[in-house]
Design a protein around this ligand. Structure first.
Ligand SMILES: Nc1ncnc2c1ncn2[C@@H]1O[C@H](COP(=O)(O)OP(=O)(O)OP(=O)(O)O)[C@@H](O)[C@H]1O
Ligand SMILES: [Mg+2]
Length: 353
């Protein structure tokens, strides 16, 4: 083993490793920890645990217990409030460690993200399978539809009685409606036209569209991070994806609530087993009643709707578009606070961190 191998191992770990002295002052932190705390080791070394995590009493208890018992200890599912008000759940293993000033070795593994990621992967796999069935079905419907419409048109030309022409017009109109539905079901088939896109321009465009549709009663708040770089993507398809999610938010508040659009960057985020150093996040939050419990697990499936006249395609299409951009849509919902988050990789080469 090379002399610097242990150091390199620590640097490559994806879980956070920290060491503390007997006064619970931080003596070292690995790069995964720097990413979690969104700061550098230099800035926080020497700080007390109570200063780093002021509202996380359980973790202080675990460290104190290990200091006095001198036995390793693992505590599961501890809730942490990180600087920047981010809440996460971690498993925490503390090992007594008598080396120079270092008294405790602490490993934190973020578990909520792992759970969510496996669920995301399952969801995407099932969606992909569904989409194949739907595309097949749509194809089968579309073929005879063309013939049906053409025959009705020919028939219309032969008919002198306007009363009878009314019937052929209904056939043509309904065939067109079905065709639009089938086109929506198969999703945006066009390949991505990649260009440089400013996500704030996309959001502003969608906000304007919504305010034209619902001119009274709707409040759209914006909290943008202006330092975010531009992304490579298909602007029109991104507008479509954001619009589908924002329209749901507006519909959930019945057009008279508050919808908030936020942008931010998140570090070290895994999408379909690929770890990205930096992803752009768009949060779309509304204060409506929340997603009905019986639909919660299924809303991204096509044809799943809780609305009397919904087609249940909006989210499935949005997910499809964001997936084609290498991203992911997530969702957290409770009454008065539903947040859909669009994650889009930021690095140009989509490379691994
Ligand atoms: N912000 C939200 N708050 C509450 N429920 C939501 C929200 N967004 C989506 N849903 C639920 O998810 C379902 C599926 O949404 P989706 O956009 O896929 O279809 P839809 O809105 O019903 O129909 P379409 O978008 O095709 O017109 C909705 O019917 C609704 O029940
Ligand atoms: Mg919708």
């Amino acid at each position: 083993m090379q002399p610097d191998t242990p150091k390199r191992v620590l640097e490559s770990l994806t879980s956070t490793v920290l060491t503390f002295d007997a006064d619970l002052r931080l003596t070292s932190i690995n790069p995964a920890g720097e990413m979690l705390f969104e700061t550098s080791a230099k800035k926080i070394t020497g700080y007390k645990l109570s200063e780093l995590l002021p509202r996380s009493g359980r973790i202080a208890e675990v460290l104190q217990e290990t200091l006095s018992s001198r036995h390793p200890f693992t505590a599961r599912s501890i809730r942490l409030l990180l600087p920047g008000r981010r809440r996460i759940t971690v498993d925490c293993t503390v090992t007594p460690f008598d080396e120079n000033d270092e008294a405790l070795l602490v490993e934190l593994t973020q578990v909520d993200r792992l759970l969510r990621l496996t669920r995301d992967e399952d969801l995407l796999e099932r969606q992909a399978a569904n989409r194949i069935v739907i595309r097949g079905l749509a194809h089968e419907i579309k073929n005879p539809l063309g013939g049906l419409r053409g025959a009705a048109q020919l028939l219309e030309r032969e008919l002198d009685d306007p009363g009878l022409r009314e019937y052929t017009r209904i056939i043509i109109h309904e065939a067109d409606r079905l065709r639009t539905l089938v086109d929506r079901m198969t999703g945006p088939i066009q390949p991505l036209k990649k260009e440089v896109v400013n996500i704030h321009e996309v959001l502003e465009h969608v906000a304007r569209l919504m305010l034209v549709e619902v001119p009274v009663g709707l409040t759209i708040e914006r909290l943008y991070d202006p330092s975010l770089p531009e992304i490579k993507g298909d602007r029109d398809q991104l507008v479509q994806a954001v619009l589908n999610v924002v329209r749901n938010a507006v519909e959930a508040t019945q057009g008279s609530g508050r919808v908030q659009l936020r942008t931010r960057a998140e570090r070290n985020f895994t999408i379909r087993q690929k770890r990205h150093r930096l992803v752009l996040c768009v949060d779309i939050e509304d204060d409506g009643p929340g997603i009905p419990a019986d639909l919660r697990e299924h809303i991204f499936y096509p044809m799943v709707t809780g609305k009397p006249s919904g087609t249940g395609l909006g989210l499935s299409i949005a997910q499809d578009i964001i997936t084609k951009h290498g991203g992911l849509i997530g969702c957290e919902s409770r009454p008065k606070q539903t947040v859909f988050t669009l994650h889009l990789p930021l690095e140009n080469n989509h490379g691994q961190a």
